[in-house]
Design a binder for this molecule. Sequence first.
Ligand code: PLP
Length: 377
Amino acid sequence: MDLFNVYPLVNITPVRALGAKLWDDQGQEYLDFYGGHAVISIGHSHPHYVQRLTEQLHNIGFYSNSVQIPIQMQLAHKLGQVSGYDDYTLFLCNSGAEANENALKLASFHTGKKRVVAFRGAFHGRTSGTVAATDNPKIVAPFNAGHAISFVDYDLKAVADVLRGGDVCAVIIEPIQGVGGIIMPSDDFLQGLSLLCGAHNVLLIADEVQSGYGRSGKFFAHQHAGIRPDIISVAKGMGNGFPIGGILIAPQYKASYGLLGTTFGGNHLACAAALAVLEVIENEDLLAHATAMGDHLRTELLAHAGALEIRGRGLMVGIKYDFPIKEIRDKLLAEFHIFVGNASDPTVLRLLPPLNITKAEVDRFLGALFALVGVTA
Ligand code: PLP
């Protein structure tokens, strides 16, 4: 049987990876400045992560979400403590799209309403229930029959106009748009949005699937604006490559048996992976490190990248040029052996390196980029 051919592949076969580096079957070393769309948060094969997963493999394998699973509670406690959301509850699932689907469901159950407000250029997943980007025909997913979606710009008046219709259950927003091209609503906008949602009894869902888990230099990107959303969806960096997602739910939304559910959500291995990630983020002070490396990267890029704009926060960086970046991206890989990402905007280069990337590795990337497009400031 062949694989269903939906991904264009580069001709590289990685066989080993450590930290921000990986090696192919020819022994060629690569620098990973993209981490599989922000999935690799603590670096490939981190020893603590490998040890945690290995120990779990030797431990209990029996899994059913109708028995008590202490490691789920450990994960919820640790996530509450590290993220500053101790008073929220956690529902565990398997991916970002599934997290957002459950967030939207919960909002509908709570309000009895169906309309969702989302923002132009956003990407929240590819299952039929989640909200796909509107402006890139390559990534448009079918809309769910259950939810009507209103797409708006970052304009509080436009949001208020939709909310006044009285049929909205939730506003969903990426505090930093990833796929859309590292686009950030202002902190003022997020604060205004939070107040607006509160005033209309509409749930605010922060989709932190890509921007969360320390990527922006704070645990969640919305924390730069000091807001507290009703629901926060997480995935990607949560398991450092092991599939896991979840939603953090504000204390006023109460659970009842059967309200949400999924077979694999919260299985032992996924929880062990997610705990290892949180322990490494904490023990290695990776939020501070991501901030420092992000500042260094941004300073150098502003001075020498010859770009129109340097976007993002921490280690979620977009470099906006006035030409398509495909050639730069291809050359970084072919000539300098560095993986970087693109976005739905073809003129944006997207950088999402592991949070524990070293300064030497950042400088290696900068040297390569500047050799291709560098200018002297
Ligand atoms: N939300 C955001 C912000 C994302 O960037 C993505 C994936 O790129 C998703 C949701 C969907 O996550 P998944 O691919 O795990 O379903």
